[in-house]
Design a protein around this ligand. Structure first.
Ligand code: SAM
Ligand code: SF4
Ligand code: SF4
Length: 354
């Protein structure tokens, strides 16, 4: 297996390894910041070895929402991969440290989610379930907690029912339900992450959103930089945050951070230093693990480099692809990706030549 040595380097924007200067390595970060979140801590590791540590599983591609920014691969194509099959696949990957259930809306297949989380938890694999939050209930939240879920991760972009309803074209009562479920997650002691997409409709409202996150009882706020969508289902979606708005939002959020709250900024690690940001206790710029340590499994067995920004199929588990050896055998598309390490988040803010 051609592993790269693990060491104190990170990838620069050209995808070339360079020594870490301003950024700490995992053990240093953990010692200084005491981040307690097992699932999130893995994102703070400096990626140095290409091997399958994380698997995102799209239990179902179907969804009860229809967000215009949605990155779901072949959303609503009806494909589904059940718990028995998922467990069979992951039990064969010795390097696996975390599993994320996400695609469309995976809570549409709730029993499968519980079964997968239970298995992972027994094996010491951290788990996260990504959801729009509309289909939860106290009973479901309790079951996920009992199953050993490490994190529940809910999308949260609006501070009131009217703006939510206007944006999504939905009944305002859906917002009330989501908010009720968020409060219940926090109340039931399930580790809860609220994720806000930093994009056109939220870029001027981030501090208010963060204040609402706190008011709902949640202490981990993830800010996901928005990525241009230009695939078949969502051609030309590009309401991504401008560079100016991103800098202002991130600065304002850091300045207003409450001491009991952790902020995780995602899809910003390639340029955060260039924009003048630094990690500090409670403020993290998660390393991008997609394609390097994490792959996405679609319900039809397709393996993708990254559902969010590189929905390129590199094999299919029903047609001979073996997740355990995929980094050793590197299909050409994966090898090409690892060679270049492209990043659409970087390209959107720093057009070629800048
Ligand atoms: C595809 S959704 C699936 C889980 C669930 N249905 C939900 O919306 O939370 C997973 C995450 O992807 C994020 N996402 C969707 N489209 C995106 C985009 N264009 N850029 C960045 N993140 C995006 C959403 O904000 C969401 O938190
Ligand atoms: S972002 Fe999530 S909730 Fe929205 S359509 Fe996509 S999968 Fe569904
Ligand atoms: S490569 Fe993709 S997932 Fe990784 S930081 Fe860039 S946009 Fe985000």
């Amino acid at each position: 297996m051609s592993h790269r040595p693990s060491g104190s380097f990170r990838y620069n924007v050209q995808g070339i390894e360079e020594p870490i200067e301003g950024r700490k390595r995992l053990n240093e970060v953990q010692t200084e910041t005491h981040t307690e979140n097992k699932y999130k801590a893995l994102e703070l590791e400096t990626p140095g070895v290409y091997e399958l540590e994380g698997l995102e599983v799209g239990v179902t591609s179907n969804c009860n929402f229809a967000c215009d920014y949605c990155c779901a691969y072949r959303r609503d194509d009806g494909s589904y991969i059940g718990a028995d099959e998922v467990i069979r696949l992951i039990s064969d990957i010795p390097t696996l440290k975390r599993v994320r259930l996400s695609a469309g809306e995976v809570t549409l297949k709730f029993e499968d989610c519980v079964q997968i989380v239970t298995y992972c938890s027994e094996r010491g694999i951290a788990t996260q379930l990504n959801t729009n939050g509309s289909l939860l209930s106290r009973e479901r939240i309790r079951r996920l907690k009992r199953a050993g879920l490490s994190n529940i991760h809910l999308s949260f972009n609006f501070t009131d029912a009217q703006s939510f309803a206007a944006y999504y074209g939905m009944d305002p009562r859906v917002y009330e339900k989501v908010v009720e479920n968020i409060r219940l997650c926090a109340e039931e002691g399930l580790e809860t992450v609220l994720e806000t997409l930093l994009f056109g409709p939220t870029q001027s409202n981030m501090p208010a959103i963060s204040a609402k996150v706190h008011e709902l009882g949640v202490r981990i706020h993830e800010i996901q930089n928005s990525i241009v969508m230009d695939h078949e289902e969502r051609p030309g979606w590009n309401a991504v945050a401008t560079r100016e708005a991103l800098v202002r939002s991130v600065s304002d959020l850091i300045a207003a951070r409450r001491p009991d709250t952790e902020l995780y900024f995602t899809c910003m690690d390639r340029f955060m230093e260039r924009l003048g940001f630094k990690e500090e206790p409670g403020v993290y710029f998660s390393n991008c693990v997609d394609g390097k340590k994490q792959l996405h499994l679609h319900g039809n067995g397709d393996i993708l480099i990254c559902e969010l920004c590189r929905p390129e199929v590199i094999g299919n588990v029903y047609r001979g692809a073996d997740l355990k050896t995929i980094y050793a055998n590197r299909p050409p598309a994966l090898a090409e990706f690892l060679e270049r390490l492209p990043c659409p988040a970087y390209d959107a803010l720093f057009p070629a030549g800048e």
